[in-house]
Design a protein around this ligand. Structure first.
Ligand SMILES: [Zn+2]
Length: 496
């Protein structure tokens, strides 16, 4: 690739610009009505299309065949702007010239009529960088601009532009680009470059671009330069400097502190990002192996070839964890790793193990719940722990129901476990009547209750509700809030 993607795919017409719809509408309406102003101030973060739209506007006011506010990209003026050879477009980067002389030069230019086009267009990028003297020279021009002149000033720091300049301009605020917009840009670019990038990898890149088209495409440039035909999440993580060690350490910290809710949230996020949970679990197990080796003195952290920060974290975690607890975590994660393959909801085994591990911490008093939370009545805690048990084994329940009736499974999976009343009535809530009715049907209910008895060794009745019916119930009938486990159970419930 000879040129950067950002230049190669710079939009050449309003229709090619992704996002910034309000701005495009305002400018194209002005073009249709022949009411383009003499001074615009484009504000907004870097890389969101300010200069790109400024150039398209410069093209539009000079296009010989402007149609419905859109350029034709065929006339001599359009082609000249696209290739950077248009004499009546003057671009100044104020970040590199802040002196008054440069502005004087501009003013010299303003007096003369355009050479080939109808308008002389001045684009002043990073206008807030102009010196005071330069601003006052600019201001004089803006007070009485010649009819053939259009100034487009762009800035990332609008508050640094003098009020006198702002008040003489039409200000247009550019928005941060959404992740969705960045993904559609990627889709457009990749269609034309012969590269295959995993969907999750693109999502990571879009996230890292942090609302900037320019950053998005330069990240894509980097990744494509690996030269691989198929680019994986791991390669992108490496390019972005996201170490797998750091991700594993974060997850282990939640388990060490017994923080069920953030740990479950973490798994939920991996799922939403489309990560392969089995792969994550394997990577996490590899990390746990390092912790174990360090604990047993088999390895020294210096020999592991980790980055300094990662090595420090590893050392800390290995000394914080008692051997028994470490083994407990390893066993639980191995268990989850095995189950992930066989369960229709792959995040469930990992979430269930997380809950079990964090519950143990709470019961053993290893890490007390935060004290700023209200204490629960003893009875309520029991109800919650029992529900926790059902949640833990819910994957097994679903798997067994599947053996009996596959279509019942698809309805039951949408249910949220709400509470276990008196330890014998399991309340399950559904978003839609259809699924509620399916689960409630006599023959189906018999299947579910039979499976529950098989799994838990004692009979459990099932009560089925609609989500909105729960919301109508008085607050005290809802599961108690405040304890971490209860919170985690509810988060988990939403995932079922
Ligand atoms: Zn044209």
């Amino acid at each position: 690739m000879s040129q950067a993607l950002y230049r190669k795919y710079r939009p050449q017409a309003f229709a090619d610009v992704i996002g910034q719809d309000i701005i495009k509408t305002i400018l194209q309406n002005a073009l249709r009505l022949g009411q383009v102003g003499h001074a615009y101030l484009f504000t907004g973060p870097r890389g969101v299309g300010k200069t790109t739209i400024a150039r398209i506007l410069a093209k539009a006011v000079n296009c010989e065949h402007l149609r419905d506010g859109e350029v034709d990209n065929k006339c001599a003026n359009c082609l000249a702007v696209s290739t950077g050879r248009f004499l009546d477009l003057i671009e100044i980067d104020a970040a590199s010239y802040t002196g008054v002389d440069n502005i004087r030069e501009i003013i010299e230019h303003v007096k003369f009529a355009p050479t080939t086009g109808r308008y002389k267009v001045f684009i002043i990028d990073e206008v807030h960088m102009l010196s005071k003297a330069a601003f006052s020279a600019l201001l004089k021009t803006l007070e009485e601009p010649p009819a053939h002149a259009i100034f487009i000033m762009a800035t990332t720091e609008a508050h640094k532009v003098p009020e006198t300049v702002v008040s003489r301009s039409q200000r247009l605020d550019f928005r941060r680009v959404s992740k969705r917009d960045i993904l559609s840009l990627f889709e457009f670019v990749l269609k034309q470059e012969d590269v295959n990038i995993a969907k999750e990898a693109l999502s990571l890149l879009a996230e890292a671009a942090d609302g900037s088209f320019r950053d998005a495409l330069s990240l894509l440039d980097q990744v494509i330069s690996f030269g691989a035909k198929k680019i994986t999440v791991e390669q992108v993580e490496d390019a972005l400097g996201i170490t797998r060690t750091a991700v594993s350490q974060k997850f282990l910290d939640f388990l060490i502190r017994g923080e069920a809710a953030p740990a479950v949230e973490f798994v939920k996020r991996l799922t939403l990002e489309g990560r392969d949970l089995q792969q994550f679990t394997r990577i996490f197990l590899e990390y746990l192996r390092l912790v174990l080796f360090l604990k047993l003195g088999v390895e020294k952290s210096a020999d592991l070839g980790l980055a300094e920060e990662d090595a420090l974290g590893l050392k800390r975690q290995s000394s914080e964890l008692q051997s028994a607890r470490l083994l407990e975590i390893i066993k639980a994660i191995i268990e989850a790793y095995r189950e992930i393959k066989t369960v229709p909801v792959p995040e469930l085994p990992l979430m269930a193990q997380v809950l079990a591990l964090c519950r143990n911490t709470l019961e053993k008093g290893g890490s007390p719940p935060r004290t700023d939370q209200p204490k629960n009545e003893p009875g309520e805690v029991n109800v919650n722990l029992a529900l926790g048990l059902v949640v833990e084994k819910w994957a097994e329940v679903l798997a067994r129901v599947k053996e009996y009736n596959h279509s019942l499974l698809s309805s039951l999976r949408l249910g949220r476990l709400v509470e276990l009343t008196g330890g014998e009535e399991l309340v399950v809530a559904f978003p839609y009547t259809f699924h509620k009715d399916t689960v409630e049907a006599r023959k189906n209910r018999i299947v579910i209750e039979q499976v529950l008895e098989e799994v838990f060794g004692s009979p459990l009745r099932v009560k089925v509700l609609l989500e909105r019916e729960i919301k109508d119930e008085p607050a005290q009938k809802r599961p108690p809030t405040g304890d971490l486990l209860g919170e985690a159970v509810r988060i988990l419930g939403e995932q079922l």
